[in-house]
Design a protein around this ligand. Structure first.
Ligand SMILES: NC(=O)c1ccc[n+]([C@@H]2O[C@H](COP(=O)([O-])OP(=O)(O)OC[C@H]3O[C@@H](n4cnc5c(N)ncnc54)[C@H](OP(=O)(O)O)[C@@H]3O)[C@@H](O)[C@H]2O)c1
Length: 264
C-alpha cells in the first residue's frame, strides 16, 4: 500500500479503531492490519492476559497506541461503560467477536441461545449505534461487521449462529445506504472457513476455499468504502452465488446440512 493510500485510510478511519474480539485469530489479524495502516487501537477480548500480551506485541512492532479492554461483549452495559470512559476518538469499529454453539437446537440451553443474541446480535447492533453517532458528527468513519457463509441459508447444527450472521449482513447493508451520506462506510464480511483457533477446534478437515486470517482481514479492509458486502476468496464468492441465488432454498439448506450436520 502506498503512502497516499495509507494516509487516506488514516484520515478517513482514524485515529483509533476499536476491534471487538481481538486477541487471536481473525480479530488479531484485523488489529495488525490496522496497526500496519497507522491506526491506534482499542482492543477487546475476555481473557485479559492473552489480550495484553497481544497488545504489547503490537506496540513493539508498530508505532501505534494500543488500549486493551478486558470485557465480554455479551455484557453490553459493561462494554459500553468501558468504551465511553475512554478519551479517544474512534473512527472505525470492527465487530469480530462471535459465539457459536454447535448442536441440535433442542439440545442447546436457553442461556447459550441468549448468549448468541447478546454477543452476535445485540453487541454489534448497539456498538454500531453508539460509535456511529460521533462518526456522523465527524462526517467520516467506518464499520466492519463479521458475517459468514453459514448465514446465507439455514445451517443445521449451527442454526442460531447462522441466523445471527444473517442479521449482521442485513444490518450492514441497510447501514451502508443510510450512513453513506454522512461519510461513514459500512461493510459486512461474509467469510467462508478461516484458519483460526476457533475453526481448528470445531473442524478437523480444511474446507474448500479456506483462507488465512490475514487474507480475510485484508480483503475486508480493502473493500470497505466500495461495497456493502465482501466475500473473501474466489471459491467462497462462487459458493455464495450458488447457495444464495441459484439453488432453491430447500436444496441450499440440504447442501449446507451435508457439511454442518455432522458437527459435534
Ligand atoms: N473461523 C471461521 O471459519 C469463520 C468463518 C466465517 C465467519 N467467521 C466469523 O469471523 C469472526 C471470527 O471468528 P473466529 O471464531 O475465527 O474467532 P477469532 O477471530 O479467532 O476470535 C476470537 C476472538 O474474539 C474474542 N472473543 C470471543 N468471544 C468474545 C466475547 N464474548 N467478548 C469479547 N471477546 C470475545 C476471543 O478472545 P477471548 O476468548 O479472550 O474473549 C478472541 O480474541 C466471527 O465473527 C465469526 O462468526 C469465522
Amino acid at each position: 500500500m502506498n503512502l497516499r493510500t495509507l494516509e487516506k485510510f488514516r484520515t478517513k478511519y482514524g485515529p483509533y479503531a476499536l476491534v471487538a474480539g481481538a486477541s487471536e485469530g481473525l480479530g488479531a489479524a484485523y488489529a495488525e492490519a490496522l496497526a500496519k495502516r497507522g491506526l491506534n487501537l482499542v482492543l477487546i477480548a475476555r481473557k485479559k492476559d492473552a489480550l495484553e500480551a497481544f497488545g504489547k506485541a503490537i506496540r513493539e512492532k508498530y508505532p501505534v497506541e494500543v488500549i486493551c479492554l478486558s470485557a465480554d461483549t455479551g455484557d453490553y452495559e459493561k462494554t459500553k461503560n468501558l468504551v465511553t470512559a475512554l478519551d479517544v476518538s474512534i473512527g472505525l469499529l470492527v465487530y469480530n467477536a462471535a459465539y457459536c454453539p454447535v448442536g441440535l437446537f433442542e439440545e442447546i440451553s436457553e442461556e447459550r441461545l441468549a448468549q448468541v443474541v447478546a454477543v452476535n446480535v445485540k453487541a454489534p447492533l448497539l456498538l454500531a449505534r453508539l460509535l456511529s453517532q460521533k462518526m456522523i458528527e465527524n462526517r467520516r468513519g467506518g464499520i466492519v461487521l463479521m458475517s459468514s457463509l453459514a448465514g446465507t441459508q439455514g445451517s443445521p447444527k449451527l442454526v442460531s449462529y447462522a441466523a445471527s450472521k444473517s442479521f449482521n449482513a442485513i444490518l450492514a447493508e441497510g447501514l451502508w445506504q443510510e450512513l453513506k451520506p454522512h461519510g461513514v462506510d459500512v461493510i459486512a464480511c461474509v467469510a467462508g472457513a478461516i484458519l483460526t483457533p476457533g475453526y481448528r477446534q470445531a473442524q478437523q478437515a480444511k474446507a474448500p476455499g479456506t483462507l488465512t486470517a490475514p487474507e480475510v482481514a485484508e480483503a475486508a479492509l480493502k473493500a470497505l468504502g466500495k461495497y456493502p458486502i465482501v466475500v473473501p476468496g474466489g471459491v467462497n464468492k462462487l459458493a455464495r452465488f450458488f447457495m444464495g441465488r441459484l439453488l432453491p432454498r430447500s436444496l441450499a439448506i440440504k447442501l449446507m446440512s451435508a457439511n454442518t450436520g455432522s458437527l459435534t
